[in-house]
Design a protein around this ligand. Structure first.
Ligand code: RB5
Length: 145
């Protein structure tokens, strides 16, 4: 599995840590930046990760900002993207099982690094449930027009 990851300044530190965590598990990691903690605009980085999902360069995306909210709003503007902001393991599980989320957004300021690691682990290891959920996700995607 290949994972594309990025952040803004609010999520930079945890993005670095999560990228190492994923590499330590033997997963392919595409780090789309930023490379420093300097202030940046989160939509620019959401776009890079979502383009990796759209092109097939990555299977799943992870975006970290202060809350995860701005990243989710930005990512969900892009075609084919289902981004979910998870602040607990259960939300990460359900975002994959029920919503077939392909991008996870995280809070670098309000969720502890160890909790975000557990959230990421749940997200990448939970399969989509299909069946009735597939019908509902199909209806979500039809909203793109
Ligand atoms: C940046 O200060 C902050 O707005 C950003 O990290 C994020 O929390 C936005 O949703």
């Amino acid at each position: 599995m290949r994972i594309s990851i990025a952040s803004d300044h609010g999520g930079f530190e945890q993005k670095q840590q999560l990228a190492s965590h994923l590499e330590g598990k033997g997963l392919g990691v595409v780090d789309r930046g930023p490379a420093t903690e300097e202030s940046v605009d989160y939509p620019d980085f959401a776009k890079l990760v979502c383009e990796d999902i759209q092109s097939g360069e990555a299977d799943l995306g992870i975006l970290v900002c202060g809350t995860g909210i701005g990243m989710a709003i930005a990512a969900n503007k892009m075609a084919g993207i289902r981004a979910a902001n998870a602040t607990c393991v259960q939300f990460a599980h359900l975002a994959r099982e029920h919503n077939d989320a392909n991008v996870l957004t995280l809070s670098g300021r309000f969720v502890a690094p160890s909790d975000n690691e557990a959230i990421v682990d749940e997200f990448i290891s939970t399969p989509f449930g299909g069946d009735r959920h597939a019908r509902r996700v199909g209806k979500i995607m039809a909203l793109e027009g």
